[in-house]
Design a protein around this ligand. Structure first.
Ligand code: CA
Length: 225
């Protein structure tokens, strides 16, 4: 799942980026308002959440939020703000933000808020199943027949994306957009490598893979009970 962070303070931006990468998110960072808005508008369909600092050089967070809302009503926006009066919070929400978090904050709190918004947006629970394989987004855990299977962050993100789209074909371009960040160089054969890792770890030996290859298009997980 992919997140845009617009934050001008490098130390805060790095703290958030590293934390979210550890949780398996793909994250793009903009360090000023204008770049942030441009990245948001250019890739709006790819972002699952936008994290907006309030005070930014160029455009401020309120202006960016209003501009994003003209393009999309759905995309969740969270304000990161040092402002701490009730009026400021209301102002942020009226500009179209879904939530706000006051600096300084604990990373766990930010993560929890992101997950709540993603869950609301997708109208889904946080547990996905395919046969005997279960992926729990909240606990960041994958099990097969009840036993934990160790996955890397990218393997987890890829599996999560396929699971969320169970029964539908996940196109290669969509997988790259959602699982890899903007710095990725678009050699999308990396997808096949990671699909093979998942198959090795999760397939039932001797039977058809739980991930179906749709040649030239992408991959699909089918809802087999
Ligand atoms: Ca700032």
């Amino acid at each position: 799942m992919r997140i845009l962070l617009v934050e001008d303070e490098t130390s805060i931006a790095n703290f958030i980026r590293e934390g979210l990468e550890e949780e398996g998110f793909a994250i793009d960072v903009a360090n000023n308002g204008k770049t942030g808005l441009q990245m948001a508008i250019d890739n709006l369909a790819e972002y699952d959440v936008v994290l907006l600092d309030w005070m930014l050089p160029g455009l401020n967070g309120i202006e960016i939020c209003r501009a994003i809302r003209k393009e999309s009503k759905e995309i969740p926006v969270i304000f990161l703000t040092a402002k701490d009066t009730t009026d400021d919070a209301v102002f942020g929400l009226e500009a179209g933000a879904n939530d706000y978090i006051r600096k300084p904050f604990a990373f766990e709190e930010l993560l929890a808020r992101i997950r709540v918004l993603m869950r609301n947006k997708q109208g889904e629970g946080s547990v996905f199943r395919c046969g005997t394989i279960e992926l729990n987004v909240e606990s960041h855990r994958v099990t097969k027949k009840g036993k934990t299977v160790e996955l890397t962050q990218k393997e987890f993100s890829l599996l999560e994306f396929l699971m969320r789209n169970k029964g539908k074909v996940s196109r290669r371009t969509r997988i790259i957009e959602k699982v890899w960040d903007i710095h990725f160089d678009y050699d999308n054969s990396v997808i096949d490598v990671y699909i093979n890792f998942l198959r090795k770890k999760l397939d039932e030996p001797g039977s058809t893979s739980f991930i179906e290859t749709i040649r030239g298009v992408g991959y699909r997980i089918n809802d087999e009970e």
